[in-house]
Design a protein around this ligand. Structure first.
Ligand code: FES
Length: 118
């Protein structure tokens, strides 16, 4: 299987620069996508702000003790590490790699994809 290639986008000089909400999440816009950022166990994780079930605003949910984002609408849970629907309904949350580097906080968007396969 081919490794995924990412284009990295700098979203802040440092994590403290982001506008963190009380629930431990921040939202950024990259190329028209709203991406939620969460800090969990000293790492950062990026994921779609839109719940894959019915579009609920995940940025208004919360991160549970084991690293799931819990949707505020119907309480489905998704791992912020891999997008797995840990409450078992069969949906998948889009996740984005996040890296905190000496020169800033970066989010990776996959290069290529279905529209670029030719
Ligand atoms: S919209 Fe998120 S669980 Fe239904």
């Amino acid at each position: 299987m081919r490794d995924k290639k990412y284009k990295w986008h700098k979203i802040a000089e440092s994590p403290e620069e982001l506008n963190w909400a009380a629930n431990g999440m921040a939202t950024v816009e990259i190329k028209g996508k709203s991406i939620c950022i969460a800090r969990f166990e000293a790492s950062f994780f990026g994921f779609s702000c839109k719940c894959p079930h019915a579009g609920g605003p995940l940025s208004e949910g919360y991160i549970d003790a084991i690293g799931n984002v819990v949707c505020p609408l119907h309480r489905y849970k998704f791992s912020i590490k891999n997008g797995r629907n840990t409450s078992g309904e069969g949906y998948a949350l889009k996740t984005y790699p996040a890296e905190c580097r000496p020169d800033g906080l970066f989010i990776g968007l996959e290069e290529g994809g279905l529209l670029n396969w030719l």
